[in-house]
Design a binder for this molecule. Structure first.
Ligand code: ZN
Length: 160
């Protein structure tokens, strides 16, 4: 069965940056499952997998445009530490969810200086080239319920 829209695809993958550092990877024996064509994964990876089948191995370098977007300086801002409920817990590298005009986003604290905190709303992988090594573990038809929800149920997917 070839990978196409409305197929459930299970993949083992390793994600590296351009220096070869591992950023993310699936656990051995626990492939990640996603619904193809439903924007469950970034476009650059999804496009590279279209038409492939179980057992195939795919290596692809995804540009920021096809990944998590370019870094936008405008998404970095400096705010007073008083905006944080627990100001003593604010540390560089801390991440939290914030309600923004674009919905809920992960925001990272990049600098704490006196009572000023610099926060960065860019996705942590924005602006990066992403090198995926993928092995396709399984391809199957999605159930009507999965299509309705727009995501995969069961192992490697949603559990609800
Ligand atoms: Zn669901």
């Amino acid at each position: 069965m070839e990978i196409a829209d409305q197929k459930v695809v299970s993949i083992d993958y390793t994600l590296k940056d351009d220096d070869g550092n591992i950023i993310d990877q699936s656990q051995a024996g626990q492939p990640m499952a996603y619904l193809h064509g439903s924007q469950n994964i970034i476009p650059g990876l999804e496009n590279a997998l279209t038409g492939k089948k179980a057992g195939d191995e795919v290596s692809v370098r995804v540009s920021p445009e096809e990944g998590y977007g370019e870094r936008l300086e405008a998404m970095t801002q400096t705010v007073p530490i008083d905006l944080f409920e627990d100001r003593d817990s604010v540390r560089e590298g801390m991440q939290f969810h914030a309600q923004t005009d674009a919905g809920v986003q992960v925001v990272t604290v990049t600098k704490v200086e006196g009572d000023q905190v610099t926060v960065d709303g860019n996705h942590p992988l924005a602006g990066m080239y992403l090198n995926f090594d993928v092995r396709i573990a399984d391809v199957r038809d999605a159930t009507p319920e999965e299509l309705e929800h727009g995501h995969v149920h069961g192992p490697g997917g949603h559990d609800h």
